[in-house]
Design a protein around this ligand. Structure first.
Ligand code: SF4
Length: 432
């Protein structure tokens, strides 16, 4: 019996149901600039930084190993794209993902941060930047902190040197510990550590050792993803060539081990692959601010991702970024040059856009939300979508409950431990 495969995504850690992985509609009317509707401003912003020092063996995200001129041009285009949407944004959460956002130089970061300050886009309650341990410096960390970044997500993946090599990561285990200290020194009180399991060559002992060392870092948040084999990646080609086998049972045991050890160190699992602390004063304040304020969501959960899972609106800027605003899903060109060309002409850089029907959107929202341990409170779902789960999806909920994957409670529907293992399959029945 294999565990559900939850893909690591830099955008939102949503797994296979992540918006950018869902089928998008016909190509956009390129160059069309939507009118800014002066209703409630959008409260979440995702920015994709599509550059990495080196492509990892398993990576299917849009990123490239570029330098110099290409990156400068991207930064200028991003500044312009921020200007295009700023009037419709009042960000409670901001997330810079990639790629490797920390690869940008101090000067490039300064250009972006000063723009955000000028456009009143700083001050988000949660502002995350993804970092690779090899590209963290005290100067950069302090600069980010000074402008209001208050959460760092660190792509560690493993603390075993051989496996880091195997994955094509550019950092060493020593750099993980050093960077973690540097970030604390710069004043970051909310740190996330990303790990991967079921890596070819990873034994249970290696996984336990990595988990123990990672948990000893005492981060506030932990994300752990099973390796997935995406087509067009070197790791997939190696699997196809029979260079190694996938051991589903071992993957399953590793997942169990993760849940047990994380709980033992005070982490509360709140999504298939995400764990957070729920115990600091600051955490309690964050919890009070959580848009969903569901008591089943721990205080230091990633609010940006909770917004995705709860069906909230968000702007997505940068090459390949997906956005969802007032019923319309958009996706930017997954090509930095095309992205820059469109923005330089004064356009948005949409490769596709699709107006979702309310029922389709509600089905997706149900599917995303079920990845969370809290499942869907019936009232919250109705508030978010206008639909009552107990009417539209009564039969689906019943059949999942009969299969032993879910519980129907008086106030909510949620997957149980067994169901969470197969969250993608379970969630699929809700799509319309
Ligand atoms: S750091 Fe590796 S996994 Fe992350 S986007 Fe870059 S190449 Fe992909």
């Amino acid at each position: 019996m294999g565990v559900v495969r939850f893909a690591k995504t830099h955008i939102s850690n949503l797994g296979e149901l992540e918006p950018q992985n869902l089928k998008l509609g016909k190509p956009a009317h390129r160059g069309y600039l939507p009118p800014v509707v002066l209703t409630q401003a959008v409260s979440s912003l995702y920015i994709h930084v599509p550059f990495c020092a080196h492509k990892c063996e398993y990576c299917a995200f849009y990123s490239e190993a570029s330098q110099g001129e290409v990156i400068s041009r991207y930064v200028s285009a991003l500044v312009r794209e921020l200007e295009l949407v700023a009037d419709d944004l009042k960000s409670q959460t901001v997330f810079f993902g990639g790629g490797t956002p920390s690869i940008l130089t101090l000067k490039q970061w300064e250009q972006i941060l000063r723009t955000m300050e000028r456009l009143n886009l700083t001050g988000a309650g949660e502002w995350t930047v993804e970092c690779n341990p090899a590209t963290v410096s005290l100067d950069k960390a302090k600069l980010l902190r000074d402008f209001g970044v208050n959460r760092i997500s660190m792509g560690v993946q493993s603390l075993d040197e051989k496996l880091l090599d195997r994955l094509g990561r550019i950092h060493s285990r020593e750099q993980v510990f050093r960077s973690f200290d540097t970030l604390r020194q710069a004043g970051f009180e909310n740190l996330d550590v990303d790990l991967m399991f079921a890596i070819p060559g990873q034994t249970m002992d290696i996984w336990r050792a990595t988990l123990d060392e990672a948990l000893a870092l005492q981060s506030e948040h932990l994300s752990c993803y099973e390796v997935i084999y995406e087509q067009d990646t070197p790791l997939y080609a190696q699997l196809q060539a029979g260079e190694f086998d996938v051991d589903e049972d071992l993957a399953c045991d590793m997942y169990e081990e993760l849940i047990e050890r994380a709980a033992g160190k005070g982490f509360q699992q709140y999504e298939v692959a995400n764990f957070a602390k729920d115990n600091s004063e600051r955490g309690d304040r964050l919890k009070a601010e959580l848009r969903t304020s569901d008591p089943a969501i721990p205080a230091q959960a990633c609010r940006h991702n909770v917004n995705y899972w709860r069906g909230g609106d968000y702007y997505g800027l940068g090459p390949s970024a997906t956005g969802y605003v007032r019923g319309e899903r958009t996706r930017n060109w997954a090509n930095t040059q095309m992205y820059c060309e469109q923005i330089e002409k004064g356009n948005r850089a949409f490769e596709s856009r699709e107006m979702l029907t309310p029922l389709k959107r509600a089905g997706e929202t149900a599917a995303f939300g079920l990845r969370m341990n809290a499942g869907w409170p019936f009232e919250g779902f109705e508030r978010a979508t206008g639909f009552d789960l107990r009417n539209e999806w009564a039969g689906d909920m019943e059949s999942l409950a009969q299969r032993g994957w879910a519980e129907i409670r008086p106030e909510r529907f949620q997957l149980n431990k067994q169901g969470l293992r197969f969250a993608d399959a379970a969630a699929e029945v809700f799509l319309r």
